[in-house]
Design a binder for this molecule. Structure first.
Ligand code: NAD
Ligand code: WQD
Length: 339
């Protein structure tokens, strides 16, 4: 299939591009580089030996997206294009609603004009909210989100479900990611956050490489075995392969369907730090600090549905995730800026 990756120069999009190309699919990328850079796409081409058609475009811009659909016969869209920093979304909610909802509406409108009938969407475990208890299953109702970023995901799921309801020929696949970490095993592409990282693994790896002094562990008094938060960390390459399976499933599918993409196994913050240290033989100094507002004690998937229906299961373990993160971070201490 010929797949349009909206936001495809980013962390998950670039890894997905590699797996799609390696599986024999063609890829077109549209990105405004608001949180990424062209070098990531250049490295996708280097890793796969294939050429990617890239448009520097804001996916909210109808004319730009129309042009992409006119110049390419697109079979399926994967919609990664969004702002994703939880704290920033609390400070700038309107910017988050404007960017994340508008990209979705523009893509749906332009897909309808061009007769494109398949869309795979980057949703998040955050839509399970505070009411549901892990392990989360896909049929649980969406819960109350603790921040505007989470609400954009919940709203976009609703918009996409409504679109599928109105057009019986449409296939909508909502992929609820848990906590993606790691990097391509080559160390050539990986996560490159701008400024101070919000997420645990980029922070750990920047401490290890000397860009940050120490990690602050956000709370050790949760009702968990070691008191620190539990999450379902998933290797980004496993996640990327999940997208290949979703795109292939969408080929003969209509309606809206949700899949969790997680491993089903939770690890604590201290288990992450200790596995990173042991796997990479490098110190990660840390201090225990207060809880971070809005954090849940525990979040992990019931991952059975994706295995049963998509034939997909995460294969990489926590040591793989820590090793590949370090290969990327140690080879690219300043991210793509040195490349
Ligand atoms: P990322 O920031 O690396 O990638 C998003 C890409 O979208 C970036 O390249 C950015 O430049 C682009 N973009 C943003 N707004 C755009 C616009 N208006 N027009 C064109 N391009 C635009 O983030 P990621 O980690 O790769 O996440 C991809 C998607 O998955 C996002 O929608 C994110 O919310 C979702 N998600 C991520 C995680 C995670 O932990 N990384 C978890 C759950 C869901
Ligand atoms: C993981 C654990 C922290 C940083 C967020 C979004 C979610 C999804 C993925 C993306 C928690 C602890 C973290 C640090 C720490 N979104 N931690 N010190 O919060 O599960 O999920 O990212 O688009 O929607 O909410 O991920 O990596 O921030 O935190 O102790 O410096 O690490 O408290 O227990 P989270 P995270």
């Amino acid at each position: 299939m010929n797949v349009l990756l909206a936001g495809g120069a980013g962390y998950i999009g670039s890894h997905t591009a590699v797996e799609l190309l390696n599986s024999g699919h063609d890829v077109v990328i549209a990105d405004n580089y608001s949180n990424s850079c062209p070098e990531a796409v250049r490295r996708v081409e280097e890793l796969t030996g294939k050429t990617v058609r890239v448009y520097e475009a804001d996916v909210r811009d109808h004319d730009a997206v129309r042009r992409i659909f006119t110049e390419n016969k697109i079979d399926c869209v994967i919609h990664f294009a969004g702002l994703k920093a939880v704290g920033e979304s609390v400070e700038k909610p309107v910017m988050y609603y404007r960017n994340n909802i508008d990209t979705t509406l523009t893509l749906l409108e332009c897909m309808a004009e061009a007769g494109v009938k398949r869309i795979v969407f980057s949703s998040s475990a955050t839509v399970y909210g505070e009411e549901n208890e892990p392990p989360y299953t896909e049929e649980m109702p969406r819960g109350t989100c603790s921040n505007p970023y989470g609400w954009t995901k919940a709203m976009m799921e609703q918009i996409l479900e409504d679109a599928a309801h109105a057009d019986p020929a449409l296939s909508v696949i909502l992929l609820r990611y848990f906590n993606p970490i790691g990097a391509h095993a080559s160390g050539r592409i990986g996560e490159d956050p701008q400024g101070i990282p919000n997420n645990l693994m980029p922070y750990v790896s920047q401490v290890a490489v000397g860009r940050r002094d120490h990690l602050t562990v956000f709370g050790d008094d949760y009702p968990t075995p070691d008191g620190t938060g539990l999450r379902d960390y998933i290797h980004v390459v496993d996640l990327a392969i999940g997208h290949v399976k979703a795109v292939e499933y969408a080929e003969n599918h209509t309606g809206a369907e949700v899949f969790n993409l997680g491993t089903g196994t939770p690890y604590s913050v201290l288990e992450i730090v200790n596995t990173f240290r042991e796997t990479n033989q490098i110190d990660v100094p840390y201090e225990i600090g207060p809880r971070r507002a809005g954090d849940l004690p525990s979040s992990y998937a019931d991952a059975k549905k994706a295995e049963k229906i998509l034939g997909w299961k995460a294969e990489r373990n926590l040591a793989d995730m820590c090793r590949d993160t370090w290969k990327w971070q140690s080879g690219n201490p300043m991210g793509y800026r040195e490349g």
